[in-house]
Design a protein around this ligand. Sequence first.
Ligand code: PLP
Length: 297
Amino acid sequence: MSQPVLVRIDPVTPLPPGTPAPAGRLRLADVTAPAVTVLDLGITRGDGVFETVGVVGGRPQALQAHLRRLQRSATMLDLPELDLGAVEDAVRLAIERHDPGPFLLVKVVLTRGIEGGDGTPTAWAHAFEGSGSLDGSGRGIKVVRLDRGYRSDVAQTSPWLLQGAKTVSYAVNMAALREAARRGADDVIFVSSDGYVLEAPRSTVVLRRGEVFITPRTDIGILAGTTQDDLFSILTETGRTTEYRLVRQEELDEADGLWLVSSGQQISPVVELDGRPLPRYPELDAELLERLRARTA
Ligand code: PLP
Protein backbone atom coordinates (compact mmCIF):
# COMPACT_ATOMS: atom_id res chain seq x y z
CA MET A 1 0.00 0.00 0.00
CA SER A 2 1.50 3.37 -1.01
CA GLN A 3 1.72 6.25 1.38
CA PRO A 4 -1.14 8.80 1.04
CA VAL A 5 -0.12 12.31 -0.02
CA LEU A 6 -1.44 15.42 1.68
CA VAL A 7 -1.41 18.94 0.22
CA ARG A 8 -2.55 21.85 2.41
CA ILE A 9 -4.10 24.86 0.61
CA ASP A 10 -3.71 28.19 2.39
CA PRO A 11 -5.39 30.45 1.48
CA VAL A 12 -8.09 28.63 -0.50
CA THR A 13 -10.00 31.89 -1.07
CA PRO A 14 -9.20 34.10 -4.11
CA LEU A 15 -6.27 36.51 -3.83
CA PRO A 16 -6.86 40.19 -4.61
CA PRO A 17 -6.48 40.83 -8.37
CA GLY A 18 -2.85 41.17 -9.42
CA THR A 19 -1.50 39.54 -6.25
CA PRO A 20 0.98 36.75 -6.98
CA ALA A 21 0.27 33.44 -5.23
CA PRO A 22 2.26 33.42 -1.98
CA ALA A 23 5.06 30.86 -1.75
CA GLY A 24 3.81 27.91 0.22
CA ARG A 25 0.15 28.38 -0.70
CA LEU A 26 0.21 24.68 -1.60
CA ARG A 27 2.22 22.82 0.99
CA LEU A 28 2.99 19.11 1.06
CA ALA A 29 2.51 17.79 4.58
CA ASP A 30 3.28 14.55 6.35
CA VAL A 31 0.08 12.47 6.49
CA THR A 32 1.24 10.76 9.66
CA ALA A 33 1.78 14.06 11.51
CA PRO A 34 -1.04 16.09 13.13
CA ALA A 35 -2.56 18.28 10.41
CA VAL A 36 -5.83 19.68 11.79
CA THR A 37 -6.29 21.24 15.23
CA VAL A 38 -8.91 20.09 17.72
CA LEU A 39 -10.47 23.55 17.31
CA ASP A 40 -11.31 22.97 13.67
CA LEU A 41 -15.06 23.30 13.04
CA GLY A 42 -14.86 20.53 10.47
CA ILE A 43 -13.98 18.17 13.34
CA THR A 44 -16.00 19.63 16.20
CA ARG A 45 -19.23 20.31 14.28
CA GLY A 46 -18.90 18.49 10.97
CA ASP A 47 -19.13 21.96 9.43
CA GLY A 48 -17.53 21.75 6.02
CA VAL A 49 -17.78 20.26 2.56
CA PHE A 50 -15.81 17.76 0.51
CA GLU A 51 -15.35 16.06 -2.84
CA THR A 52 -13.82 12.73 -3.78
CA VAL A 53 -12.29 12.57 -7.26
CA GLY A 54 -11.41 9.30 -9.00
CA VAL A 55 -8.01 9.10 -10.73
CA VAL A 56 -7.34 6.50 -13.44
CA GLY A 57 -3.91 6.29 -15.06
CA GLY A 58 -2.92 9.55 -13.37
CA ARG A 59 -5.92 11.44 -14.87
CA PRO A 60 -8.49 12.96 -12.52
CA GLN A 61 -12.02 12.17 -13.70
CA ALA A 62 -14.72 14.84 -14.02
CA LEU A 63 -12.43 17.27 -12.19
CA GLN A 64 -14.19 20.45 -13.35
CA ALA A 65 -17.58 19.02 -12.36
CA HIS A 66 -16.19 18.15 -8.91
CA LEU A 67 -14.74 21.66 -8.50
CA ARG A 68 -18.06 23.26 -9.49
CA ARG A 69 -19.91 21.03 -7.03
CA LEU A 70 -17.41 21.89 -4.27
CA GLN A 71 -18.18 25.58 -4.79
CA ARG A 72 -21.93 24.85 -4.94
CA SER A 73 -21.78 22.97 -1.63
CA ALA A 74 -19.63 25.72 -0.07
CA THR A 75 -22.15 28.36 -1.19
CA MET A 76 -25.05 26.38 0.32
CA LEU A 77 -23.16 26.44 3.65
CA ASP A 78 -22.39 30.20 3.32
CA LEU A 79 -18.69 29.39 3.14
CA PRO A 80 -16.52 31.87 1.20
CA GLU A 81 -15.92 31.86 -2.53
CA LEU A 82 -13.05 29.53 -3.40
CA ASP A 83 -10.09 29.89 -5.73
CA LEU A 84 -10.92 26.78 -7.73
CA GLY A 85 -7.65 27.14 -9.67
CA ALA A 86 -5.71 26.68 -6.42
CA VAL A 87 -7.86 23.67 -5.51
CA GLU A 88 -7.25 22.16 -8.96
CA ASP A 89 -3.49 22.72 -8.59
CA ALA A 90 -3.58 20.99 -5.19
CA VAL A 91 -5.42 17.99 -6.64
CA ARG A 92 -2.90 17.71 -9.48
CA LEU A 93 0.06 18.08 -7.11
CA ALA A 94 -1.30 15.35 -4.81
CA ILE A 95 -1.66 13.00 -7.80
CA GLU A 96 1.79 13.86 -9.12
CA ARG A 97 3.44 13.15 -5.75
CA HIS A 98 1.54 9.90 -5.15
CA ASP A 99 3.00 6.60 -6.35
CA PRO A 100 1.26 5.70 -9.60
CA GLY A 101 -1.53 3.18 -9.16
CA PRO A 102 -4.39 1.75 -11.21
CA PHE A 103 -7.01 3.67 -9.24
CA LEU A 104 -6.41 6.57 -6.86
CA LEU A 105 -8.83 8.85 -5.11
CA VAL A 106 -8.26 12.46 -4.14
CA LYS A 107 -10.39 13.83 -1.34
CA VAL A 108 -10.68 17.60 -1.16
CA VAL A 109 -11.92 18.92 2.19
CA LEU A 110 -12.89 22.47 3.10
CA THR A 111 -13.99 23.38 6.63
CA ARG A 112 -15.25 26.55 8.27
CA GLY A 113 -11.85 26.88 9.96
CA ILE A 114 -10.95 27.39 13.58
CA GLU A 115 -13.55 27.99 16.29
CA GLY A 116 -13.21 31.61 17.41
CA GLY A 117 -10.89 32.36 14.46
CA ASP A 118 -11.26 34.83 11.60
CA GLY A 119 -13.36 32.54 9.40
CA THR A 120 -10.48 31.46 7.15
CA PRO A 121 -11.39 28.01 5.85
CA THR A 122 -9.12 25.04 6.40
CA ALA A 123 -8.53 23.20 3.12
CA TRP A 124 -6.56 20.26 1.87
CA ALA A 125 -6.35 17.65 -0.87
CA HIS A 126 -5.38 14.12 0.03
CA ALA A 127 -4.51 11.40 -2.51
CA PHE A 128 -4.75 7.71 -1.60
CA GLU A 129 -5.25 4.33 -3.24
CA GLY A 130 -8.86 3.49 -4.09
CA SER A 131 -10.02 -0.01 -3.22
CA GLY A 132 -12.18 -0.55 -6.29
CA SER A 133 -13.51 -3.62 -4.49
CA LEU A 134 -17.11 -2.96 -5.48
CA ASP A 135 -16.52 -2.23 -9.14
CA GLY A 136 -18.88 -3.46 -11.82
CA SER A 137 -16.63 -6.23 -13.05
CA GLY A 138 -16.99 -7.95 -9.69
CA ARG A 139 -19.72 -9.86 -7.99
CA GLY A 140 -22.26 -7.02 -7.88
CA ILE A 141 -23.80 -5.73 -4.68
CA LYS A 142 -26.77 -6.44 -2.45
CA VAL A 143 -28.79 -3.40 -1.48
CA VAL A 144 -31.56 -2.64 1.00
CA ARG A 145 -34.01 0.23 0.81
CA LEU A 146 -34.14 2.53 3.85
CA ASP A 147 -36.44 5.44 4.68
CA ARG A 148 -34.46 8.71 4.76
CA GLY A 149 -37.14 10.25 6.97
CA TYR A 150 -37.93 13.42 5.02
CA ARG A 151 -40.13 14.28 2.08
CA SER A 152 -38.94 14.71 -1.49
CA ASP A 153 -39.59 18.49 -1.29
CA VAL A 154 -37.15 18.94 1.63
CA ALA A 155 -34.78 21.11 -0.43
CA GLN A 156 -37.61 23.61 -0.98
CA THR A 157 -39.27 23.46 2.45
CA SER A 158 -36.13 23.26 4.61
CA PRO A 159 -33.01 24.46 2.79
CA TRP A 160 -31.17 24.71 6.15
CA LEU A 161 -31.05 20.90 6.20
CA LEU A 162 -28.51 21.27 3.35
CA GLN A 163 -29.80 18.28 1.40
CA GLY A 164 -27.96 18.26 -1.92
CA ALA A 165 -24.76 19.73 -0.44
CA LYS A 166 -21.82 17.36 0.01
CA THR A 167 -21.07 18.18 3.64
CA VAL A 168 -18.56 16.38 5.84
CA SER A 169 -21.46 15.37 8.12
CA TYR A 170 -21.70 11.80 6.81
CA ALA A 171 -22.44 10.10 10.15
CA VAL A 172 -26.02 9.36 9.02
CA ASN A 173 -24.79 7.93 5.71
CA MET A 174 -22.30 5.69 7.52
CA ALA A 175 -24.97 4.57 10.03
CA ALA A 176 -27.20 3.55 7.12
CA LEU A 177 -24.36 1.44 5.69
CA ARG A 178 -23.95 -0.30 9.06
CA GLU A 179 -27.70 -0.98 9.06
CA ALA A 180 -27.31 -2.50 5.58
CA ALA A 181 -24.51 -4.75 6.91
CA ARG A 182 -26.76 -5.85 9.80
CA ARG A 183 -29.31 -6.87 7.17
CA GLY A 184 -26.70 -8.80 5.19
CA ALA A 185 -26.37 -6.20 2.42
CA ASP A 186 -23.55 -4.06 1.03
CA ASP A 187 -25.29 -0.77 0.40
CA VAL A 188 -28.48 1.25 0.72
CA ILE A 189 -30.98 3.06 -1.46
CA PHE A 190 -32.64 5.86 0.48
CA VAL A 191 -36.29 6.63 -0.22
CA SER A 192 -38.18 9.73 0.89
CA SER A 193 -41.01 9.56 3.42
CA ASP A 194 -43.45 10.30 0.56
CA GLY A 195 -42.18 7.31 -1.41
CA TYR A 196 -39.63 8.56 -3.96
CA VAL A 197 -36.22 7.08 -4.74
CA LEU A 198 -33.45 9.40 -3.53
CA GLU A 199 -29.81 8.25 -3.66
CA ALA A 200 -27.39 5.91 -1.91
CA PRO A 201 -25.21 7.10 1.01
CA ARG A 202 -22.17 7.39 -1.30
CA SER A 203 -23.55 7.04 -4.81
CA THR A 204 -26.27 7.84 -7.33
CA VAL A 205 -29.06 5.40 -8.26
CA VAL A 206 -29.63 4.45 -11.91
CA LEU A 207 -32.40 2.05 -12.87
CA ARG A 208 -33.44 0.48 -16.13
CA ARG A 209 -37.03 0.10 -17.23
CA GLY A 210 -37.25 -1.62 -20.59
CA GLU A 211 -34.69 0.18 -22.73
CA VAL A 212 -34.69 3.43 -20.73
CA PHE A 213 -32.03 4.30 -18.11
CA ILE A 214 -33.46 6.53 -15.40
CA THR A 215 -32.02 8.51 -12.51
CA PRO A 216 -33.92 10.59 -9.93
CA ARG A 217 -34.13 14.33 -10.61
CA THR A 218 -31.81 16.28 -8.32
CA ASP A 219 -34.35 18.86 -7.10
CA ILE A 220 -35.47 16.35 -4.45
CA GLY A 221 -32.54 17.15 -2.16
CA ILE A 222 -29.96 14.75 -3.55
CA LEU A 223 -26.46 15.26 -4.87
CA ALA A 224 -25.98 15.82 -8.61
CA GLY A 225 -23.61 12.92 -9.36
CA THR A 226 -20.62 13.54 -11.62
CA THR A 227 -20.31 9.83 -12.48
CA GLN A 228 -24.01 9.54 -13.31
CA ASP A 229 -23.68 12.61 -15.55
CA ASP A 230 -20.79 11.02 -17.45
CA LEU A 231 -22.61 7.68 -17.54
CA PHE A 232 -25.64 9.33 -19.15
CA SER A 233 -23.38 10.94 -21.78
CA ILE A 234 -21.92 7.50 -22.51
CA LEU A 235 -25.38 5.92 -22.71
CA THR A 236 -26.60 8.66 -25.06
CA GLU A 237 -23.49 8.47 -27.25
CA THR A 238 -24.02 4.71 -27.60
CA GLY A 239 -27.62 5.17 -28.73
CA ARG A 240 -29.42 4.44 -25.47
CA THR A 241 -32.21 6.49 -23.91
CA THR A 242 -31.84 8.29 -20.58
CA GLU A 243 -34.29 10.12 -18.37
CA TYR A 244 -34.20 12.37 -15.29
CA ARG A 245 -37.45 12.26 -13.38
CA LEU A 246 -39.17 11.56 -10.11
CA VAL A 247 -39.01 7.83 -9.46
CA ARG A 248 -41.62 6.18 -7.25
CA GLN A 249 -40.10 3.63 -4.92
CA GLU A 250 -42.47 0.94 -6.28
CA GLU A 251 -40.56 1.24 -9.56
CA LEU A 252 -37.56 -0.32 -7.83
CA ASP A 253 -39.59 -3.52 -7.52
CA GLU A 254 -40.30 -3.49 -11.26
CA ALA A 255 -36.82 -2.41 -12.40
CA ASP A 256 -35.18 -4.33 -15.25
CA GLY A 257 -31.77 -3.37 -13.87
CA LEU A 258 -30.27 -1.31 -11.08
CA TRP A 259 -26.84 0.26 -10.54
CA LEU A 260 -25.09 2.49 -8.02
CA VAL A 261 -22.55 4.87 -9.54
CA SER A 262 -19.94 7.09 -7.93
CA SER A 263 -16.38 8.33 -8.27
CA GLY A 264 -15.23 5.80 -5.68
CA GLN A 265 -17.03 2.72 -7.04
CA GLN A 266 -17.43 3.83 -10.69
CA ILE A 267 -20.36 1.48 -11.44
CA SER A 268 -21.69 -1.34 -9.29
CA PRO A 269 -24.53 -3.53 -10.54
CA VAL A 270 -27.14 -4.28 -7.89
CA VAL A 271 -27.80 -8.02 -7.92
CA GLU A 272 -30.29 -8.09 -5.08
CA LEU A 273 -32.68 -5.48 -3.66
CA ASP A 274 -34.35 -6.25 -0.33
CA GLY A 275 -33.61 -9.93 -0.99
CA ARG A 276 -35.13 -9.95 -4.51
CA PRO A 277 -32.72 -10.90 -7.33
CA LEU A 278 -32.38 -8.44 -10.19
CA PRO A 279 -31.63 -9.06 -13.86
CA ARG A 280 -27.90 -8.87 -14.65
CA TYR A 281 -26.14 -7.57 -17.74
CA PRO A 282 -22.47 -8.61 -17.44
CA GLU A 283 -21.56 -7.42 -20.95
CA LEU A 284 -23.21 -4.06 -20.49
CA ASP A 285 -21.60 -3.68 -17.04
CA ALA A 286 -18.17 -4.42 -18.47
CA GLU A 287 -18.71 -1.97 -21.35
CA LEU A 288 -19.92 0.83 -19.08
CA LEU A 289 -17.12 0.28 -16.56
CA GLU A 290 -14.52 0.37 -19.32
CA ARG A 291 -15.96 3.58 -20.75
CA LEU A 292 -16.20 5.21 -17.33
CA ARG A 293 -12.61 4.28 -16.53
CA ALA A 294 -11.47 5.63 -19.91
CA ARG A 295 -12.70 9.16 -19.11
CA THR A 296 -9.94 11.65 -19.74
CA ALA A 297 -11.48 14.75 -18.17
N1 PLP B 1 -24.67 10.82 -3.67
C1 PLP B 1 -23.95 10.88 -2.53
C2 PLP B 1 -24.67 11.09 -1.23
C3 PLP B 1 -22.55 10.78 -2.56
O1 PLP B 1 -21.85 10.86 -1.42
C4 PLP B 1 -21.91 10.56 -3.80
C5 PLP B 1 -20.46 10.42 -3.90
O2 PLP B 1 -19.71 11.10 -3.39
C6 PLP B 1 -22.67 10.49 -4.96
C7 PLP B 1 -24.06 10.62 -4.87
C8 PLP B 1 -22.03 10.26 -6.30
O3 PLP B 1 -21.32 11.38 -6.75
P1 PLP B 1 -20.10 11.28 -7.73
O4 PLP B 1 -20.51 10.41 -8.86
O5 PLP B 1 -19.88 12.68 -8.16
O6 PLP B 1 -18.96 10.71 -6.97
